[in-house]
Design a protein around this ligand. Sequence first.
Ligand SMILES: [Zn+2]
Length: 597
Amino acid sequence: MYWCDKLLGGVSGPQIINDSKTPSGRVHVGSLRGVLIHDIVCKILRERGIPVTYKFGVDDYDPVDSIPFGMEDHFEPYRGFPMCNVPAPPGSDASDMAMHYIEEFFGLFGELGVEVERYHMRDVYRSGQFNEAIDTILRHPDVVREIYLKISKSVRPDTWYPFQAVCEQCGRVGTTEVHDYDGKEVTYTCRPDLVTWAKGCGYRGKVSPFDGRGKLPWKLEWVAKWHSFPVTIEGAGKDHSTKGGSRDVSSACLRRIFGGQPPLNIPYEFFLIGGAKMSTSGGKGPWARVMADFLPAEALRYLMLKSPANRPVNFSTGENDIVKLYNELDRCHGQVMSGKANEDTQRIWQLSALDDRGSYYDANFQLVSTIVQMPHLDLETEIEKQKGEPLTDLDKEHLARRANSAKYWVDHLADDADKTQLQTSLPASSAELTVLQRAFITRLRAVLDSAAWSSPSLQTLLFEVSRATPIRQGDAFQSLYRIFLDRTSGPRAGNLLAFLDRDFVLERCSEISVDTAAFWQASATDATTLSVWLTKQKTDISAATSTTQWDADSATGCLELTILDAKEKPHLHRFLLEASDEASCASAAESLLASLA
Ligand SMILES: [Zn+2]
């Protein structure tokens, strides 16, 4: 059973899901994981006929405690201010910092098929919606202190109250400390030394804690949300969900102060970029907006949902990870379409794909990416050849999305080394080709003249020539990427050749030469190796042929033994011969064959 179906198995009755984001900077793609996990919770429950509200809050009464990357000049004076009271950076048409950063994020929700009921903490506080919860919490400071000490081992003095007033003199909220509550007003100090990231003005005052004149510390703000909305399901990143962590503190406060039941937790693991956790203030992407511009919605949803919540998702925008993501997505789709998908795969596809208009052809991403980087090719024509039948309108629509994705990747995300640039002349790095790779190319050149110029035929030919060289297939393909693209990887080599003009390919291959003696030397085997190979063969040998060759220039001879296995697949074994001329070479070959027999 899909992990989320299992998790929600015992849930019944109307539900309120809550999630939130602090608008402290441009939003990183990792923040989408929680958004989408809550989205599938919502969709799964609705499927079961359960009424669900998915609330998504903007924690814009939080203080500015770090400066968005590169924005020091603008934001530095506002350290400690509630984010909703900080002006947006110059050039922005947003009303404030919070709106500036959160609007872009909310813009993605619709594109990703996520529907939420949005709220802003500034409105919640200012409208008095939390007044009752604030009053109740302020009447139990001892309980909060006790829980902080017991669960998270943090000591709060007897004069500490769980509230932060907005300083009436300087406007900061992150620097104030409350030391008394008389049921109507709190007494507070704006301390220069309360936190390291902002400096209070020293003002002491007395003010009502209601209607937006201050905020609860965030662990208590969580409690107030759970109690007031009231929240029944809320997942949290694993950093909050550890034993003794903020989740435990908030749950204990809810139970003790309000007698409430904490919402169902869905602890979820990090979304890692190249193995590292990214933060909003770190200043590095990839940003959520960028990833949504890059990946079609189903691919981005699939990326976030393919692994259970308790497993980290690791990703990068490097070619390998992108190609892997698309290939996994296509495999998942293919299995679903062919009816071969298991229950989990089916569920993941259903929850990732927003398009239920039926089956469509998945054009291989690496292929699409290669084609869009070769301006002389027509994408639809080439993909139609791959599919083997005309593309439907739906095929074309998905192909266009994939082409846009590939172009976006090439233009914005790919390293130069990952780009497919057809080399107009033989790259200098071809000097690094091994002698086996050189031999492979010259042998390929010899048969390309008469080859059928289509991807499948060329791919078959490449396998045959590499087996007859012999050279490892990976090394063989790499030699072609090297001489045509100046890289070590690329699309299926048969596709690559088929995309190019035959004369162009022949000419490029002709520029590669090989030293025959060195090649024979490098590819030679001996009787012991052959006998080991023979015993490893699971099937019987069906036939063997041999040819003797003499290279007069280097005065070297060799015997090539081609063994056909039971499936008639040829395996070439090359032996160097001790000989001084062609005649002695022939007799050396005969005695070698006799000894091998
Ligand atoms: Zn102040």
